[in-house]
Design a protein around this ligand. Structure first.
Ligand SMILES: *Cc1c(COP(=O)(O)O)cnc(C)c1O
Length: 377
């Protein structure tokens, strides 16, 4: 067994794994299941400070992104795709599939979105039905300030669609205050349930936009409107994966009872970043460091593959590489959810120290020592 310290899926706590093995029901026919589903959604709404409706979808995190785009986009709709990362730009492909016209707002991948520059752009062009943006763009660990960006978009009458799959619960998300239209989440990141479920939070305004479409939504599985009145109708459009939802429920309870969850992510991430910097390694990016994942540049002369391979073979630890143009050039520690604990991160630090030693790459300071020191040990 490897210790998975990747940027999702994360480790899964035993109480979540056990919850997935309880007696099964028929989720289409059992009224208790509808209550159970609804109360779980209500907990999700509470955690994200949302007046809007939360829904759990039977599919991996991408279904939340696709559900938002499928349900909002009509032919020829202009959609602002805010792009300072790989998931950020990826939205353009989904928008296109559903007939929209993505307009990319591309900025430096090493920097978080600058509000004043975005305002400057919107002053010239704000004719967009909705905008997509990513909270934590995981492949580079880039964190955008959704609580500043979304209200700005809303000011221009643009509905914000936010992918916080890798941010929420480890980073503050305040749905109402940010004026988010649709928020996307997944089970396998900070919540630390196994992969397989997506979550969306939908504002009244977003529902209204879907209901006022001129053309029907061109999807069945990704059609959020079909889910909207599940409780009133006591019917889901497809059979819900009830065992997955049993597990998610306990993961949500775990998050809810963890009053210091955001603070803990920040402290651990801060200490990881201090250790990386003091060792002489470089963090990827210039600002906007997410507290859920740390992206480290692979030093000149080494390859990401080699580092990850040694970690895996000699230390039984899986870390993430990156995607697209960053693959091989970045390694990432996923210190989110169940992974966000001193003991596991210390093991990663120690293993990285040994790996760099094996590769004859000299570090200024030991990652392990500085990590613990930064935490006050
Ligand atoms: C994990 C993640 C998703 C879900 O996508 P998968 O690659 O299928 O796991 C979506 N957006 C972001 C930012 C993510 O980190």
């Amino acid at each position: 067994m490897y210790k998975i310290m990747t940027a999702g899926p994360t480790q899964v706590r035993e109480n979540v794994r056990q919850a997935r093995s309880v007696e099964c029901t028929n989720p289409d026919l059992d009224p208790e299941f509808f209550e159970f589903y609804k109360s779980t959604c209500n907990m999700l709404e509470e955690l994200i400070h949302a007046d809007g409706q939360a829904l759990i979808l039977g599919g991996e995190g991408m279904l939340a992104l696709e559900g938002a785009c499928a349900s909002l986009t009509e032919d020829g709709d202009r959609v602002l795709v805010i792009d300072n990362g790989i998931f950020g730009r990826g939205f353009a492909d989904i928008v296109k599939i559903y007939g929209g016209e993505p307009v990319l707002y591309t900025t430096d991948y090493k920097r978080t979105i600058d509000i004043e520059k975005l305002r400057f752009f919107l002053e010239k062009d704000s004719d967009f039905k909705y905008a997509t943006l990513v909270h934590c763009d995981t492949p580079t660990g880039m964190l955008n300030d959704i609580h500043a960006i979304c209200p700005l978009l809303a000011e221009y009458g643009i509905l914000p669609v936010v992918d916080s799959v890798a941010g929420m619960f480890g980073e503050q998300v305040d749905f109402d205050k940010a004026q988010i239209g649709i928020l996307c989440g997944g089970s396998q990141k900070v919540l630390s349930a196994p992969p397989g479920l997506a979550m969306v939070w939908v504002s009244d305004k977003a529902w209204e936009m879907m209901e006022n479409r001129k053309s029907p939504i061109r999807s069945f599985y990704a059609n959020l409107l079909l889910m909207k009145d599940y409780y009133k109708n006591m019917a889901f459009p497809y059979t819900m994966p009830s065992s997955c939802i049993q597990g998610l429920r306990v993961a949500v309870e775990n998050a809810k009872s963890d009053k210091e969850i955001i603070l803990r992510h920040r402290k651990l991430a801060d200490s990881v970043r201090t250790a990386v910097t003091k060792s002489g390694l470089k963090l990827f990016g210039e600002n906007g460091f997410s507290n859920t994942v740390t992206a480290i540049e692979v030093p000149e002369g080494l390859t990401g593959e080699k580092i990850l391979e040694i970690l895996k073979r000699k230390h039984n630890i899986l870390l993430s590489g990156s995607l697209g143009e960053f693959s091989g050039k970045i390694i990432r520690i996923g210190h989110m959810g169940e992974n966000a604990n001193i003991s596991d991160i210390s093991s990663v630090m120690k293993a990285l120290d040994k790996t760099f030693f094996d590769l004859h790459y000299g570090l200024n300071d030991k990652l392990y020592d500085t990590f613990l020191e930064a935490l006050g040990f």
